[in-house]
Design a protein around this ligand. Structure first.
Ligand code: KMH
Ligand code: ZN
Length: 239
């Protein structure tokens, strides 16, 4: 069991519209204000998706650099940029996120159905992302949407070595329509699969929507860490 809990906040995501979720931080000012509030109540990592002037998801490099700078200037949070972006983002733009020089970036370990869409993560793309992060000293958070993604991670590390810093951390993203369910049973299955990864591998978990609270409690019970925020949770239940 761990003695401290790492809390990652994912405040924005790429899926919700500002028109539907008034509190969603979409401008740089809103993001920085949210980051400061979350840091004050215990977050230590921020998983960042940014929006353009129309509040649409973007991977614009200038904006990403300005975001990293602003978060560094105003908080002590570890900045983890999303390399997942939106399901429509091309691979080249997702790789270019690393040019904004964050301390961390996400690295999703496989393709998954994503509601009516497909979140595409080809093996060659994953290898490229992992290797570029390794070269640049950017620490990955391996995002796991399904049990088999952990097997792919094992293969990745066996073939291409440990990430920058040598420590492996995964985030279980549970309850996405098309991915693994947000249940205690699925979390336990993932925890068991972690035994095949390097000793000391840590995990956090987040459950989408109505799976938020069961996943949160299951993760804490199993010695895991947490990801919270409006990327994954707009409501806990209808109403
Ligand atoms: N927006 C999802 C398609 C990540 O940030 O790396 C992908 C995602 C994962 O959120
Ligand atoms: Zn994300």
């Amino acid at each position: 069991m761990t003695t401290t809990t790492l809390i990652t906040v994912a405040p924005t995501g790429a899926e919700s519209a500002k028109a539907d979720v008034a509190a969603l931080p979409v401008t740089l000012d809103e993001l920085v204000a949210t980051a400061k509030e979350c840091e004050a109540v215990g977050a230590s990592v921020i998983h960042v998706h940014i929006r353009d002037d129309e509040a649409k998801p973007t991977l614009d490099l200038g904006r990403l650099r300005a975001t990293v700078d602003a978060l560094h200037h105003s908080t002590d949070l570890i900045v983890q940029l999303s390399s997942g972006g939106a399901v429509t983002d091309p691979e080249a733009a997702r790789l270019a996120v690393l040019d904004a020089a964050p301390e961390m970036a996400s690295c999703t370990m496989g393709t998954v159905n994503f509601g009516d869409d497909v979140f595409l993560n080809r093996w060659e793309f994953i290898v490229d992302l992992h290797n570029r992060m390794q070269e640049r000293g950017i620490v990955p958070e391996y995002e796991i949407f399904d049990l088999g993604h952990l097997t792919s991670l094992q293969r990745l590390l066996d073939r291409y070595g440990l990430p920058a810093g040598g420590h492996v951390h995964v985030d279980l993203v549970m309850g996405v329509p098309g991915g693994m369910p947000g249940t205690v049973e699925a979390l336990v299955a993932c925890k068991q699969a972690l035994n095949d990864l390097p000793a000391g591998t840590t995990f956090s978990a987040t459950g989408i929507g109505r799976t938020t609270l069961p996943v949160m409690l299951a993760s804490l019970s199993a010695g895991g860490h947490l990801r919270v925020g409006m990327e994954d949770t707009i409501t806990y239940a209808k109403g």
